[in-house]
Design a protein around this ligand. Structure first.
Ligand code: NAP
Length: 493
């Protein structure tokens, strides 16, 4: 029996939309995008906290084939990115492919049929020849289990579950965490709150952002001569690649980055004690480097304090820190990040002989070949799968590279005919991952800090240990020899 669609994509965030655009470009129109929410946009739909923006410049953090000449700033805010995504889905006629409110809970590869059967929360089943998982790595909020939280009489929530009804004006607020989300929230609520307590466990490395408005003339030039914006995109891309060297072994560049960041800290924070607390004691880049020009100056305000003494417990009135001080609070914002490295997929993905991807990855740590295909799970590809994350450049470049590969993979599946399926060789996956893990040991991420890049067993399952240009090279040409062709068993009727 023929499946309902040639390709099924789970998730209509950036990854799913890149996949859809690539399929269209390759002339493949038989695909469906399952989206669990009532709206597209993934992380850019979910994260609505004040100041939410992208720290990759817009010319690069956008689809290469669908540029936008009207970006307002070099770094776009969440509302603008979300409206860009919606606009692209209309302009590129993706809407007819998108099934909203379709929360896929299970996907099973049917060997006899040689296709995937997906089931959504309502029990609706859809069969697809090839399944692409575009679930996004940063959508499972991490809320630390802190003593006494249930006693706290104030309001609290996670940055990615921002309460739209919450007005911080005139309130005593604490932000727990000093990662990428926190450094955007903090300067944006500080001017309106009564008092802001920033609770830091580990100081982050913060570098310049240099955001600026894109003027009308510039926009008009981009509109009339798209090549100018294309040039800017390339320029930013190669600068980012250059800085990427600091993460993968170039010690001089790494030292220059650290020196620049410390200088920025010295220039921007007046109080010496606060400066000391904000000074990181680990190698720059080990945790994600944060770009901000308004985070440090926030600590010069009279209504903001940095608390680095550690949380003892919540009380009914606030937070008691390890120095015995009780901070009286009306609200607490958990900017405590996400569970990412365990790649707990929240979909029950069942491959050959009943193998379960989530269970396997729990035991071995998430792994795939080129971060994309997985042995034992034929005709499946994971967008932004294991070890495809970055610390230095646009993640969209990685997804586009994956799609170069996946399009060829789909062609190979089609060529293998209805009587067979193709499955990645276990040995190939094993050798690839041994290499990735060996390379990671030489990078800045193995220099000793604790970050969300590592899973609960201390294995880095998230980051790619090279430049994006290398990944593009690795994914450029699909090699059918790393797959085995398996004759599908006869269908028992
Ligand atoms: P994050 O970078 O993981 O930061 C979480 C923060 O919470 C850290 O400072 C962490 O401290 C702290 N924390 C966790 N548990 C704690 C506890 N029990 N007590 C005190 N502090 C605790 O999370 P995020 O800021 O949400 O960012 C996650 C990722 O999302 C980023 O790395 C980035 O990839 C992405 N993001 C991107 C942008 C963008 O501009 N493109 C914006 C936001 C987020 P420790 O450091 O000590 O663990």
């Amino acid at each position: 029996m023929k499946p309902d669609f040639e390709v099924g994509i789970v998730g209509a965030g950036f990854a799913g939309l890149v996949a859809a655009l690539s399929l269209k470009k390759a002339g493949k129109e038989s695909f469906v995008i399952f989206e669990r929410a009532g709206e597209i946009g993934g992380t850019w739909r979910d994260n609505i906290y004040p100041g939410c923006a992208c720290d990759v410049a817009v010319h690069l953090y956008s689809f290469g084939a669908v540029p936008n000449a009207r970006w307002s700033n070099l770094y776009a805010g969440q509302p603008e990115i979300l409206s860009y995504l919606k606009d692209v889905s209309v302009r590129c006629e993706l809407q007819k492919h998108i099934r909203l409110n379709s929360d896929i809970v299970a996907a099973k590869f049917l060997e006899e049929e040689s296709y995937w059967l997906t089931t959504d929360r309502m029990g609706r089943e859809t069969s697809v020849s090839v399944l692409l998982l575009g679930l996004g790595p940063l959508n499972r909020p991490f809320l630390p289990s802190l003593k006494g939280l249930n006693e706290f009489g104030g309001h609290y929530f996670h940055t990615s579950q921002w309460d739209r009804n919450f007005d911080p004006t005139g309130k005593r607020v604490a932000v727990i965490g000093t990662g990428a989300s926190a450094i955007q929230v903090v300067p944006n609520i500080a001017p309106v709150v009564k008092y802001l307590t920033v609770i830091q466990r580990t100081p982050a490395w913060v570098t310049h952002r240099f955001d600026k408005k894109i003027g009308k003339t510039c926009k008009d030039v981009y509109q009339r001569f798209p090549v100018a914006q294309r040039f800017k995109r390339e320029f930013i891309y190669w600068i980012n690649e250059l800085f990427g060297l600091a993460f993968i072994g170039n010690k001089t560049l790494n030292k220059v980055m650290a020196w620049t960041a410390l200088r920025k800290l010295r220039n921007e924070v007046k109080d010496a004690t606060t400066r000391k607390k904000l000074t990181p004691a680990y190698t720059i880049g080990c945790k994600r480097i944060l770009k901000s020009d308004d985070y440090y100056p926030t600590f010069n305000r009279d209504n903001v304090s940095l608390v680095a003494e550690g949380i003892d417990r919540f009380t009914q009135l606030g937070i008691l820190t390890n120095d015995g001080k009780e901070h009286l609070l009306d609200a607490v914002i958990f900017a405590t990040g996400f569970v990412a490295a365990d790649l707990d997929l929240y979909i029950n993905v069942v491959g050959l002989q009943g193998r379960n991807l989530v269970d396997e990855w729990k035991t071995t740590g998430a792994q795939a070949y080129l971060g994309t295909t997985v042995a034992g799970y034929p005709h499946l590809a994971v967008l932004l799968g294991p070890n495809t994350g970055l610390g230095h450049n646009s993640i969209l470049h990685m997804i586009e590279s994956q799609m170069n590969y996946i399009i060829q993979y789909i062609d190979c599946i089609e060529k293998s005919g209805a009587e067979a399926y193709i499955d990645l060789k276990e040995s190939v996956q094993h050798v690839y991952n041994e290499r990735i893990q060996a390379q990671l040991k030489k990078t800045v991420w193995a220099s000793g800090c604790k970050s969300w890049y590592m899973n609960s067993n201390g294995k880095n399952t998230t980051l790619y240990p090279g430049l994006t240009v290398t990944f593009r090279k690795e994914t450029r040409k699909f090699d059918p020899r790393v797959y085995q062709k398996v004759r599908r068993p006869a269908l028992v009727l």
